[in-house]
Design a protein around this ligand. Structure first.
Ligand code: NAD
Length: 476
């Protein structure tokens, strides 16, 4: 049975309660894990507070060295960790390998910053005094993670937090705790001191983290409704928060676009991870002149995405993570079809044999989806893509912004002027121009509107895990 990681303890829940983690491809039990609660979060927060006194005071170059060694050790275990992720989450082994690799790389990327980001010296008018701006770690930080990318989204929080000298209480999603435990255990084996990152498990630990008085900052990746609850709860103690929430990224393709490049990026952008991605092409607007040609290319690509158990090497798309998630996407699709949409590809479940054991769904493309349909107004968190014909860029931009969300966005065009307008006018935290929707370590990533606020990745993420203090030295 898996256990939580709280300082040196590998511990069960204080209540003794447990629950089962199941494989979305087979329904089989993968492991039994502790169903933690407030008492366990309290123990983890105490451990993190204790660890903070030593970790935050280490010379920054020493912290960087420890983190690099720990990341290196973890990266040697990618092949062991990837199947654990596939079994609990459903994604293909290839996707799991990429994700586990990204976890270690992210720790190393922020380790590089640990001794390179400084405060500043400020000249003051009175020459007998001088000013400093000192950058300090915040303290104990809470990290709350969803199930779609359990490892990369945990690393996005843990890596900048600990590089800056903070300690962490980390809560994976209830259904995907095992690969996270394996990654943190690997970091500890590689030299990360016990107590710097603590892992608590179970649904109830999320609210307990947000409410714990010793946890000073909360970083949540999750749905927009959860973000609103967490923000309200965190406000009770005026905690700092970063919210990475839902999205419905528009993609505009104009007549002058590189269609092959666009088709590849849209197909990966919509179907990677069985469509369960925050950054994903979720609404496609294509100019009339290339509409039919692009649709044909997309259908050809979708038809190659064979659904299957992520552990089988022939599978190109794993199952949906849960029955509820699949039902939600199916209901959004049905709503579109009921309103007159036409399914161009997929639209159902692959059936028979092993398919009947898991939450499989076909990659799906639909057109003629009317205004107001759920596929346009809600986040579609699965492999179903609505496509719409547009007359020109103006119409594309208007539709792109006609959403409560503002996470990612993309445009395919060879016109510099059109690309420039998209960059200026699309309301989103990211715009890719003729490029695959990949969140780069180097660039700050985060949403606007109902997709949240605050940044992960980039130097900006590191800064979000520090506080500035002004200092005046007088009498000189
Ligand atoms: P979710 O909001 O249900 O859960 C996310 C995490 O929050 C889980 O660990 C959950 O246990 C915890 N949680 C739930 N209620 C809580 C509460 N009241 N207090 C504290 N913690 C609470 O989301 P999900 O279904 O696991 O993930 C899918 C959602 O996440 C989608 O909307 C997706 O767009 C979003 N997401 C966003 C990003 C991003 O970076 N913007 C990335 C990936 C996923």
């Amino acid at each position: 049975m898996a256990t939580m990681i709280i300082e040196g303890d590998r511990t069960k829940a204080a209540s003794g309660k447990t629950y089962e983690v199941r494989n979305p491809a087979t329904g089989e039990v993968v492991d039994e894990v502790p169903a933690g609660g407030a008492a366990d979060v309290d123990k983890a927060a105490q451990a993190a507070t204790k660890a903070f006194t030593t970790w935050s005071r280490l010379p920054a170059n020493k912290r960087a060295e420890i983190l690099h060694k720990a990341a290196h050790h973890m990266l040697e275990k990618v092949e062991q960790i990837a199947p654990i992720l596939t079994k609990e989450q459903g994604k293909t082994l290839l996707e799991s390998r990429i994700e586990a690799q990204r976890f270690g790389e992210n720790i190393a990327w922020f380790a590089d910053l640990a001794d390179k980001i400084h405060g500043e010296h400020v000249r003051l008018p009175d020459l007998t005094t001088y000013g400093l701006v000192v950058r300090k770690p915040i303290g104990v930080c809470g990290a709350i993670v969803p199930w779609n990318f359990p490892l990369t989204l945990a690393a996005n929080k843990v890596a900048p937090a600990i590089a800056a000298g903070n300690t962490v209480v980390l809560k994976p999603a209830s259904t995907t705790p095992l690969s996270t435990l394996a990654c943190i255990e690997a970091l500890i084996e590689g030299g990360l001191p016990e107590g710097v990152v603590n892992v608590v498990l179970g649904q109830a630990t999320g609210d307990a983290i947000v409410g714990h008085p010793q946890i000073r900052k909360i970083a949540l990746t999750g749905s927009t409704p959860t973000g609103k609850k967490v923000m309200a709860r965190a406000a009770e103690q005026l905690k700092m928060i970063t919210l990475e929430l839902g999205g419905s990224d528009p993609c505009i393709v104009l007549d002058d676009a590189d269609l092959e490049g666009a088709a590849r990026a849209i197909s990966i952008g919509r179907f990677f991870n069985c469509g369960q991605a925050c950054l994903a092409v979720k609404r496609l607007y294509v100019q009339e002149g290339v509409y039919d040609a692009l649709l044909e290319k997309l259908v050809a690509r979708a038809s190659k995405l064979k659904p299957g158990n992520g552990l089988d090497k022939d599978s190109r798309m794993g199952p949906m993570h849960t029955e509820t998630q699949r039902a939600e996407v199916e209901a959004q699709l049905k709503d579109a079809v009921d309103r007159g949409a036409k399914v161009v590809y997929g639209g159902g479940r692959p059936k028979g044999g092993d398919y009947d054991k898991g939450w499989f769904i076909e990659p799906t493309i639909v057109e003629n989806v009317p205004d107001g349909a759920r596929m346009w107004t809600e986040e579609v968190f699965g492999p179903a893509l609505p496509v719409r014909r547009i007359k020109d860029l103006d119409e594309g931009l208007r539709l792109a912004n006609d959403s409560q969300y503002g996470l990612g966005s993309s445009i395919w065009t060879t016109s510099m002027a059109a690309a420039y307008r998209a960059v200026q006018e699309i309301e989103a935290g990211y715009t890719w121009v003729n490029a695959l929707q990949i969140a780069h370590d180097e660039l700050p990533f985060g949403g606007t509107k109902q997709s949240g606020f605050g940044k992960e990745h980039g130097v900006e993420a590191y800064l979000h895990y520090t506080e500035e203090k002004s200092v005046v030295y007088g009498g000189i």
